[in-house]
Design a protein around this ligand. Structure first.
Ligand code: PA5
Length: 443
């Protein structure tokens, strides 16, 4: 079965020869390594180059953490957490936390904010559970995860002592640089390396995503396998007609050039909500620069039809939407017949909810396209590891192609430094004395 189907028939775009040529050239640039940001192309062949030994080492480490802890705190921000969170949520029972018995440790996330309440409440909630942590930072110097890690490390050492903490803490970072690398070496933590040539937002298929996912019970072999299938289906020399990421990249660039500056990603499966968040980072950080870029937004459906639906239908005509459609749900629930029919729902009696959901999707698509919101549909057969792996690679590859078509370097993120400089100056971090004086003068 095809892992991904792309339907651009409701996008209003006819892909002409020029657009095809641009997308095909951008795809080739990713493979030849001659484009901007070419020192960050390690993700392009990543799925096919992950060795069985590497996957085994990740699974072995995951097994150790699983044996030790009921809760594993995964600490990271941006690309160092969004991918794992997205896949874990997609693969988890929506009501896992209500179940009395858990097959897997609960993986929770920290280090993606500096909220005192968040961390205090997390520590409070962890009091009754055995604990382990995975700390992830490519640079090894990011403030948010460093603060969270300091707090979680202290808690683990307080409970179990320094010796046992080494069995409960794993670091994922650069092979040589950064404070986290130094700390992990000094403390003797098991460490996994984030390859130099893979940027944070493209790192979900490295230990950054794979270790927390394996801890959470996700089949990482199948995830990587699905990604590998999409890698091969969009490799160097693939004809545009067969290259789904290239087609998606071409259509969204054509829409952008026609004034559609906002792309809304949505799904009718709430489990995919954090796929939206992962995708927003991937596209926002990759394309939003040099005064250009499609603004990536998201909705969860049908919930947001009752909030954002009005704007999408009738607001400013500057957007298009991309829907991730899941063909088959995992469960079967039908609408039952009711003798009184007071709610008037007997016309649905006997139907599966999925039929109703699919008619909502179709009805919304037609209403929105009638209202001037072009629609792109990305279908996956079901929510499983193989499909998600393919979906991840599909979006990554399309993002690289799309960024090159847009004329930006999709692999840097100079804009994320601006807030850090201000924050460090305001906090009087050593080395920021001049900035500190300057910023205080502005207050
Ligand atoms: O995509 C990126 O490069 C960023 O979003 C990073 O992932 C994020 O800033 C976290 O960086 P680090 O892993 O160095 O702590």
């Amino acid at each position: 079965m095809e892992l991904i189907k792309l339907d651009i028939s409701k996008s209003g775009i006819e892909i002409g020869p020029e657009l095809k040529r641009e997308a095909a050239e951008a795809n080739e640039l990713l493979h030849s390594g001659k484009g901007a940001g070419n020192d960050f192309l390690g993700w392009v062949n990543l799925p096919s180059s992950i060795g069985a030994g590497e996957l085994e080492a990740i699974k072995a480490q995951a097994a150790k953490l699983r044996a030790k802890a009921e809760v594993v705190v995964c600490i990271g921000i941006g690309g160092s957490y969004l991918g794992a969170k997205a896949v874990l949520d997609a693969m988890s029972d929506s009501f896992e936390l209500l179940r009395r018995k858990h097959d897997n440790p609960i993986v929770i996330f920290a280090g993606q904010n500096i909220s005192e309440d968040y961390l205090a409440e997390m520590l409070g909630a962890l009091a009754d559970y055995s604990l382990a942590a995975i700390v992830i930072s490519k640079s090894g110097t990011t403030t948010e995860p460093a603060i969270a890690f300091r707090i979680v490390k202290e808690e683990i050492e307080r409970r179990y002592g320094k010796e046992d903490a080494r069995e409960r803490i794993v670091a994922i970072t650069d092979k040589a640089r950064g404070a986290l690398k130094t700390l992990a070496t000094n403390e003797g933590y098991p460490t996994f390396v984030i390859p130099d040539n893979v940027g944070g937002r493209y790192s979900v298929l490295t230990p950054v995503g794979l270790l927390p996912l394996a801890v959470g019970g996700v089949d990482i072999d199948a995830l990587v396998g699905g990604a590998r299938e999409m890698e091969l289906a969009s490799g160097a020399g693939t004809a545009f007609e067969d290259n789904l990421p290239a087609q998606y990249a071409a259509v969204r660039n054509a829409l952008y050039r026609n004034g559609k500056k906002i792309e809304i990603l949505g799904s009718y499966e709430p489990k995919l909500q954090n796929i939206n968040e992962w995708w927003k980072q991937l596209y926002g950080e990759s394309e939003g620069k040099d005064g250009k870029g499609i603004y990536p937004a998201s909705v969860t459906l049908t919930a947001d039809l009752h909030s954002m639906g009005q704007y999408i239908q009738e607001g400013e005509r500057s957007m298009f939407e991309t829907i991730i459609s899941v063909l088959t749900p995992d469960h079967e629930v039908r609408v039952n017949s009711d003798a009184d029919n007071l709610d008037g729902l007997n016309y649905l009696a006997g139907k599966r909810l999925n039929e109703v959901n699919k008619m909502a999707e179709l009805g919304v698509c037609l209403a929105h396209t009638d209202g001037g919101v072009p629609n792109i549909r990305v279908e996956i057969p079901r929510i499983d590891e193989r499909s998600l792996g393919a979906l991840i690679y599909f979006f990554e590859k399309a993002c690289g192609i799309s960024g090159y078509m847009l004329g930006v370097n999709p692999f840097n993120q100079p804009g994320v430094e601006a807030y850090k400089r201000n924050m460090f100056a305001l906090l009087e971090k050593p080395g920021y004395e001049e900035e500190s004086k300057a910023i205080k003068a502005r207050l």
